[in-house]
Design a protein around this ligand. Structure first.
Ligand code: 2YC
Length: 271
């Protein structure tokens, strides 16, 4: 799974307001509304029910260790959603104990292999990959005016792609999936009825206006594939579009390093 770099998350905390406005301009909905749409619930209801319960974020030193700014970015996104949140002073086991002692109802923590939100009250665990996939699919659903009966190219059949496929299938999209690892795409077919596998990526790519790029592959989509009605939701880090695409697609591309995934994790783990 991709490991974020400090530079990927450097300015998240200071730009949440403008990012939220950008999402409203692109999808008609705010970050919180996209997260609520992703899990099919009302953000207001979740907020009313749970805003009093603090959310703890625990820095984890295992594996490649702390990413500067990661815990703080997660905490700021949660705070932006209107919830009380804090980064624990201690790390690892001490941090988890501190979060519980401070009455955290939900705890966020990530090592190199898993990034989860845990509901301490009922034991629910939400994984960042699946939540991110659902959140981005929800954003594409809103940006496109609704995915029902529309063809979508899903690139990547890992945890993020699986989360996206579940949402898009439930919303009536015709999903065509490509994964460089064909077996992974075939495995996903078993849980997503009606989805079809794409054999040749570059032969298929020009045929799709709606694309969900759930891969960590960089620069796989060049500007020759961007039409004036192409819309791309790209949770994958690094971004799959080459730099030359950005001026052509700017307001029809949804892409961030943490925001949509964390917002969806929070609402999902509280419902
Ligand atoms: O600072 C810390 O607590 C580190 N242990 C955090 C490591 C996060 C590693 N995972 C990632 O960078 C990304 C996630 C944001 C989603 C998938 N990989």
């Amino acid at each position: 799974m991709t490991r974020l770099r400090e530079e990927d998350i450097l300015d998240i905390s200071d730009s949440l307001k403008e990012y939220d406005q950008k999402l409203v301009n692109q999808t008609g909905k705010s970050l919180a509304e996209i997260a609520a749409h992703a899990i099919g619930s009302s953000g207001k209801r979740i907020y009313e029910l749970h805003r009093a319960n603090p959310v703890g974020v625990v820095p984890i030193t295992s594996g490649e260790g702390i990413i500067n700014g990661f815990s703080r970015s997660v905490q700021k996104i949660i705070e932006f959603m209107g919830f009380t949140s804090f980064v624990t002073g201690l790390k690892d086991v001490g941090g988890l104990a501190e979060a519980v002692e401070k009455g955290a109802k939900v705890v966020f923590l990530a090592d190199d292999d898993h990034f989860v939100a845990i509901n301490m009250a009922n034991g629910k665990v939400v994984d960042n990959g699946e939540a991110t996939g659902k959140g981005y699919a929800a954003a594409l659903d809103l940006m496109s005016g609704g995915l029902r009966d529309k063809e979508v190219l899903l690139i990547g059949a890992g945890p993020v792609g699986a989360g996206a496929a579940a949402f898009m299938s439930a919303h009536g999209a015709k999903i065509f999936v490509y994964d460089v690892n064909r077996e992974q795409a075939e495995n996903l077919l078993e849980t997503v009825p009606g989805m079809q596998i794409v054999r040749d990526f570059y032969e298929a790519l020009p045929q799709y206006k709606l694309i969900l790029d759930a891969t960590p592959a960089a620069e796989i989509i060049g500007k020759e594939y961007i039409g004036e009605d192409t819309m791309i939701a790209a949770p994958g880090i690094p971004l799959g579009l080459s730099q030359e695409c950005l001026p052509l697609i700017s307001d029809r591309l949804v892409h961030d390093a943490l925001e949509i995934g964390v917002a969806t994790m929070l609402f999902d783990v509280l419902t």
